[in-house]
Design a binder for this molecule. Structure first.
Ligand code: CAA
Length: 258
């Protein structure tokens, strides 16, 4: 498929997807979300891909849903086309890990897309916000729910009700991002993390991701039970024997995914 709003490179088992609508600060329109859905389908289906990185430009990860496209939509249209649900949430169904590498603005749907990823690495110039209230709407791609789980009620309320942006240092302090790096190191750092993940046993990676994901959806006792079952299931893979033997024999492991 030829992409008009994304730049995609795959190397060393990592697919790097760059949102690319520079004239609109990567505002997320229907075409971009359709293309992102398709690109994630391709990466998920390719056994040669083990990890995915989503990024934007130095100036903007994404400045939100495309306001110019949304402005013309009526209630009947957004309900009828199942706006957001139809093509925004593919990333939440990826079994392979997805890292968001965020520089510049991650606002509205941009912040929500970053939060749908497994973790966020931020550049020092990153700015996160849910300013939809300025437009007399609310976050619509999970922001009221995910932001509150990440940063707690007080900060989430402050951000969604006042539209204030959070800088990278604050996002780091409150756990919205996993780490902050200088802008020039954002992509190298994200790719290094992705390549580390890509070299591990893919079954262990995907099942471990599933366990952490369950922490958001289940009570503690159910989550721990799921973890125990999946932990036990990892003993069924050849990679488990290889990983432990390699440690004991003081050599690097060679994982096959079996
Ligand atoms: N939609 C459409 N176009 C956008 C956009 C958006 N979300 N954000 C920026 N742009 C466009 C601007 O219209 C402008 O285009 P033109 O040059 O054709 O006028 C271009 O990108 C550059 O933007 P600015 O000139 O505004 O750049 P700036 O540096 O002065 O300001 C900014 C940057 C603070 C991010 C500002 O652009 C802004 O406030 N953008 C809107 C942010 C926003 O409200 N996001 C939430 C959208 S609603 C949503 O996301 C709903 C949901 O939850 C799903």
């Amino acid at each position: 498929m030829a992409y008009e709003t994304l730049l995609i490179e795959t190397a060393d088992a990592v697919t790097l997807i760059r949102l690319n609508r520079p004239g609109a600060l990567n505002a997320l329109n229907g075409q971009l979300m359709d293309e992102l859905t398709a690109a994630l389908d391709v990466a998920e289906a390719d056994p040669g891909v083990r990890c995915i990185v989503i990024t934007g430009s130095d100036r903007a990860f994404a400045a939100g849903a495309d306001i110019k496209e949304m402005a013309a939509k009526s209630y009947a249209e957004v309900y009828g086309e199942d706006f957001i649900t139809r093509n925004w949430e593919r990333v939440t169904r990826c079994r392979k890990p997805v890292i968001a590498a965020v520089a510049g603005y991650a606002l509205g749907g941009g912040c929500e897309l970053a939060m749908m990823c497994d973790f966020i690495i931020a550049a020092e110039n990153a700015k996160f916000g849910q300013p939809e209230i300025n437009l007399a709407v609310s976050p619509g791609a999970g922001g009221t729910q995910r932001l509150t789980r990440f940063v707690g009620k007080s900060k989430a309320m402050d951000m969604v009700l006042t539209a204030r942006m959070m800088d990278a240092a604050e996002a780091d302090r409150c756990g919205l991002v996993s780490r902050v790096v200088p802008l020039a190191e954002l992509i190298p750092t994200a790719l290094k993390a992705a390549k580390k993940i890509a070299a591990l046993s893919p079954n262990a990676v995907m099942l471990t991701k599933e366990m952490v994901g369950a922490a958001y959806e289940t009570p503690l006792s159910q989550g721990v039970k799921l973890e125990r079952r999946l932990f036990h299931s990892l003993f069924a893979f050849e990679d488990k024997a290889e990983g432990m033997a390699a440690f004991i024999e003081k050599r690097p492991p060679s994982f096959t995914g079996r």
